[in-house]
Design a protein around this ligand. Sequence first.
Ligand SMILES: Nc1ncnc2c1ncn2[C@@H]1O[C@H](COP(=O)(O)OP(=O)(O)OP(=O)(O)O)[C@@H](O)[C@H]1O
Ligand SMILES: [Mg+2]
Length: 266
Amino acid sequence: MLTTLAVENYRSLRDLVLPLSRLTVVTGANGSGKSSLYRALRLLADAARNGAVAALAREGGLPSALWAGPESVGRAGKAAVQGTRRTKPVGLRLGFAGDEFGYALDLGMPIPTQTAFYRDPEFKRECIWRGPVLKPATLLADRAGPVVRTRAGTGAWDQQPQRIGLTDSMLTAFADPRISPEVLLVRERIRSWRFYDHFRTDADAPARQRGWAPAPPCSTTTAPISRQRCRRSWRSATPTVCTPPSTTRSRARGWRWRPATTAGSS
Ligand SMILES: Nc1ncnc2c1ncn2[C@@H]1O[C@H](COP(=O)(O)OP(=O)(O)OP(=O)(O)O)[C@@H](O)[C@H]1O
Ligand SMILES: [Mg+2]
């Protein structure tokens, strides 16, 4: 089960770490960031099919998808939103943690070159770890630019000789059942997520018919959920209701984007 979803610098979500339960209902006023949160989850799923860069291209490239507000926002959430200039490199970060493992990606702009695809982002970092918290000791696979290293059974790091493309996720470019079974496992788990959206909502819509229900447990939906129609496993779950706090900082305990020590440590 997913326990945390984290989003940084995506559309209106500047820095959000959201605790999840068996059933999480996201509510909020128009423009509060519900769709941004849903799209962030879809982007994570796209990475497992090597489609994250293409999905961002459909949004107009990374500059359009990145948080467009100021670099820093005060505690009160007050800051000039327009006309601010960035001084630090900015990246789009997405990640999740669950009981078994976690995964996070960091996409950034490429070094400027004479190419027509200069708006296509690159993978700067990807991490897979076991358990709910990213720590140096729990890290299983760590990608920095084109280089991937994986943890051997002994706990030592193996740096893989092959280089992977900067626009390819290691989930697809480096999922080898012999060398990196954990990467393959995470990829397949993410690929099993189901998304249901753009439902018909008229009286005759299949979603309103008796006996119909999306298949739990790995489902997300933007449709109204009728508890009557939900299957037993959902019925017993107490929903967590949350509102994405657009443009503000929100933290769930224990989330880290990077292991505390440098990439070279074990
Ligand atoms: N790159 C960006 N940077 C900052 N804000 C953005 C960016 N792209 C879109 N937004 C803003 O994000 C806000 C949240 O949009 P979103 O569509 O997620 O809201 P929503 O809660 O789904 O609204 P609705 O209930 O109308 O569907 C909007 O006000 C939109 O203008
Ligand atoms: Mg919406």
